[in-house]
Design a protein around this ligand. Structure first.
Ligand code: AMP
Length: 229
């Protein structure tokens, strides 16, 4: 059983890296941001509550973020473990998490803000299957179309310069302290996220003492995020 948390600035590749690990190790990948985005796309009551907050790049309230994470962890049958992506985002959420779950490692993807800005503003998402593209690295074969499902590529509502500034500010203000809380338990692994995707994955695996990724995982781009989280 493996229990991991992955933390990193917006655009550092958390979801891609977590997806690869989850697929290979049979872990349940819980992306709190994907859950919220799914609710926005499907016009649920929760979606209506969080849509504007997310579009502005702000954090959703702790009560809701905690409830969603706890519910998702309770729903899944995670016999082989889980990887939580996007939670905890502040000290309160970290305390909540640590009260309920033991973690084997926190994977911290480190990327300087200037690089984040470049990457996030070039990011596109498939509106059909959720696959992540980057117009600098990993462009689609046909412009504006998903290579896997043919869906239209869109810009995330919170991938604007204004929302990104809020997200980066919040990250340094609120999420950096989470790393300090976890670091007291000495299981934070910091990985240089400016490398290419395969290099980051290898760095994570080396740090966790896991076998290398299979070649097809490295060559196939990012795994499709499930449209329904
Ligand atoms: P992400 O995909 O992780 O960048 O998350 C997208 C957005 O979802 C964030 O900007 C927040 O608005 C919201 N969100 C995701 N995770 C959390 C969390 N743990 N606490 C509060 N808001 C969150």
């Amino acid at each position: 059983m493996r229990k991991y948390v992955i933390i990193g600035v917006p655009g550092s590749g958390k979801s891609t890296q977590a997806g690869w690990l989850a697929r290979d190790l049979d872990l349940v990948h819980i992306s709190v941001g994907d859950i919220f985005r799914w609710n926005v796309q499907h016009h649920t009551k929760m979606g209506a509550l969080v849509r504007r907050i997310m579009a502005a790049g702000e954090l959703v309230g702790d009560d809701l973020a905690e409830a969603v994470t706890a519910q998702r962890l309770a729903d899944h049958d995670w016999n082989y473990g889980f990887i939580v992506d996007g939670f905890p985002r502040n000290a309160r959420q970290a305390e909540f998490f640590l009260e309920s779950y033991d973690i084997d490692a926190v994977i911290h993807l480190h990327m300087p803000d200037a690089e984040v800005r470049k990457r996030v503003l070039a990011r596109r998402l498939c509106s059909g299957c959720g696959l992540d593209y980057n117009l600098i690295q990993g462009r689609p074969q046909e412009e504006g179309k998903c290579d896997v499902c043919g869906g239209t590529l869109v810009t995330r509502e919170d991938d604007t310069p204004e929302a990104l500034a809020v997200r980066l500010h919040d990250y340094h203000d609120k999420t950096d302290p989470v790393l300090a809380i976890f670091a007291r338990k000495e299981y934070v692994l910091t990985i240089d996220a400016t490398q290419d995707r395969a290099g980051v994955q290898q760095g994570i695996r080396d740090a966790l003492g896991l076998p290398a990724a299979s070649p097809e995982e490295n060559s196939s781009g990012s795994p499709a995020a499930a449209a329904q989280p």
